[in-house]
Design a protein. Structure first.
Lengths: 369, 199
């Protein structure tokens, strides 16, 4: 009996001994060969950072407070976190090649979640990314705008102010929950005014089985705390004198609303026409707000258009596709800027109409989702 | 070391590589064989990694078996101990290669995680126990097995690269035709049996 116990203890001891020795070896290796020391990271030739080496560029930058947009969180599956590396990147890795084209390789574009900082690095990123921060935000209110769109207002806690250009978007970090066993990031345009610096308001449309939209529509409560990063995006109101045409559908309302707030507050007197496409009357929302804008903005016209109005809708406004309505309202586009937000199909069709009306291609700004 | 033993060590190497090819006669290490045999270049990278890891882990495992497991009569723990050793070794080697040479890491290092769970590695370690090899024979056997595995995957990658231009019936594309080719290769290698044999 005793002999058996001794034998048992002996075997446990030996196996755990082997495992312990190997584990210690790994820890030593991690602290010695895995330790790359302090590296210099030079961003856009002027910002110098001393960083701890050995981690991926994406995470290193995050620790330095520079947030490169990434949807998959660094697993190398979304291909969004591209950035230009001018020195230190080394050879391309097989894991990068599926996202980087030959032309991008010539320019030195890398996938920042794949390459590790093992030398001094020099990189170039768009200047706007310096403005990108990570915010802790509390859900202040959730409101139904239509049967499938909710308006969520966040009160920013830490940091408590955001400065963004009207039209830009933030990324919402959805935590793990019942239907998603990992945290994901999704992008939403800000719909609130850029002068309301403590607030981020989003309009989120329910998508069947969407990880983030399901979370927002079925789980999110007032008082919950989420992480937002932003602002991102090249879609924002340009400061010129040209006429403005906005075309949006569904939750594409959000960035346009932010732009309209800006035009109202800055008392901009440019001519603004906003065509909003919806299926039926139940898909229209914020009509009172639009009336208010029409009153306060001297040269603004809101044109809702229903593509599939039913008799019960009792609709006497515009009907048909947004492209048809746009063609009707825009006669000469030579001095017009266009801001479009909606599905890729809608945007591509609208761009065709705009070009045929003489709107210059570089004056057409859009946000596809 | 006398003359016959030296000859024995070489015989074991060639027998393990050719007549008793671990992949084509035992069908061990199939998953990475099927998955990473699209290009000769990557096949060479993976093959080299297998030779390297197989040789070193077998030597370490032989020492642990001989000086720890046998004296304490713990042979029944062979499997778990071998697997732990292989996994830790692969991890360490990956870290070292990443540190020492970036070229080597890009060519070889990225394959290392793939072979932690390659059954050919564990297989070779277990065969050397079953066949009661001495340390020298065990090293030569596992180096030979690794070389044989590398030979097989390079041949397969070469064939598959050539096959890129030929028409494969729809239902057999991918793994299907690869398994058939592996079967034919295996039969071809049977032609070597009788030249020398391991047992």
């Amino acid at each position: 009996m005793d002999f058996q116990i001794v034998e048992l203890l002996q075997s446990i001891l030996i196996v755990s001994g082997i495992a312990t020795v190997l584990a210690i070896l790994m820890v030593i290796a991690d602290a010695t060969i895995g330790n790359y020391g302090i590296m210099n990271l030079l961003i856009n030739k002027e910002h110098k950072h001393s960083v701890e080496g050995g981690k991926t560029l994406l995470n290193t930058l995050k620790e330095e407070g520079v947030f490169i947009p990434s949807a998959c969180g660094g697993r190398g599956s979304c291909g969004l976190c591209k950035c230009k590396v001018t020195s230190g990147g080394g050879d391309y890795l097989p894991t990068e090649l599926s996202f980087i084209t030959k032309e991008e390789q010539k320019e030195g574009i890398r996938l920042s979640c794949q390459i590790k900082v093992k030398r001094d690095f020099e990189i170039e990123i768009p200047e706007e990314l310096f403005n990108v921060k990570e915010f802790k935000a509390k859900v202040a209110s959730i409101k139904d705008l239509t049967h499938d769109i909710k308006e969520v207002r966040f009160q920013l806690l830490e940091p408590n102010e955001i400065s963004f250009k009207p039209g830009q978007f933030v990324q919402v970090q959805v935590p793990e929950y019942e239907f998603s066993n990992e945290s994901v990031y999704r992008a939403y345009s800000i719909s609130s005014s850029s002068t309301e610096k403590g607030i981020v308001e989003l309009e989120i449309r329910y998508v069947n089985n969407g990880i983030c939209t399901t979370y927002v529509h079925k789980y999110l409560k007032e008082g919950d705390i989420l992480t937002l990063t932003g602002p991102y995006g090249e879609f924002y109101l340009r400061n010129t004198d040209a006429d403005i045409v906005c075309v949006a559908g569904g939750s594409g309302m959000a960035p346009i609303k932010s732009i309209l707030h800006h035009i109202e507050e800055q008392k901009i007197s440019r001519k603004v026409t906003y065509i909003f496409g919806a299926q039926g009357k139940r898909d229209l929302f914020l009509l009172d707000k639009m009336k208010e804008f029409e009153k306060n903005i001297p040269n603004f016209r809101f044109v809702p258009a229903l593509s599939n109005a039913s008799p019960e809708d009792n609709w006497d406004g515009e009907t048909g596709k947004v492209t048809e309505v746009l063609a009707k309202y825009l006669s000469d586009g030579s001095n017009t800027e266009a801001y479009l937000c909606g599905s890729p199909g809608m945007i591509n069709a609208v761009i065709e109409v705009l070009k045929s009306k003489g709107v210059k291609e570089e004056k057409i700004y859009y946000d596809k989702f | 070391m006398n003359g016959t033993e030296t000859l024995g060590v070489f015989a074991i190497f060639f027998a393990a590589a050719i007549t008793n090819n671990i992949l084509l006669t035992m069908y061990l290490g199939m998953c990475s064989f099927l998955a990473v045999s699209r290009q000769v270049k990557t096949a060479i990278g993976l093959g080299t990694a297998v030779v390297f890891v197989m040789t070193f882990t077998s030597a370490i495992n032989w020492l642990i078996y001989e000086y720890l497991l046998i004296p304490f009569e713990l042979e029944y723990l062979t499997y778990i101990v071998f697997i732990i050793v292989i996994a830790a070794f692969v991890q360490l080697v990956e870290m070292i290669i990443e540190r020492v040479s970036e070229t080597l890491y890009n060519a070889l290092g990225i394959f290392l995680p793939l072979i932690t769970v390659n059954c050919a590695i564990l297989g070779a370690a277990l065969f050397m126990i079953i066949r009661k090899y001495t340390l020298l024979s065990a090293i030569s056997f596992s180096a030979g097995s690794g070389a044989g595995w590398m030979l097989a995957i390079i041949i397969m990658a070469g064939i598959r690269q050539k096959m890129g231009t030929s028409k494969v019936p729809k239902g057999l594309e991918g793994a299907g035709i690869t398994l058939i080719i592996a079967g034919i290769m295996s039969m071809a290698f049977m032609g070597f049996t009788g030249m020398m044999n391991l047992n």
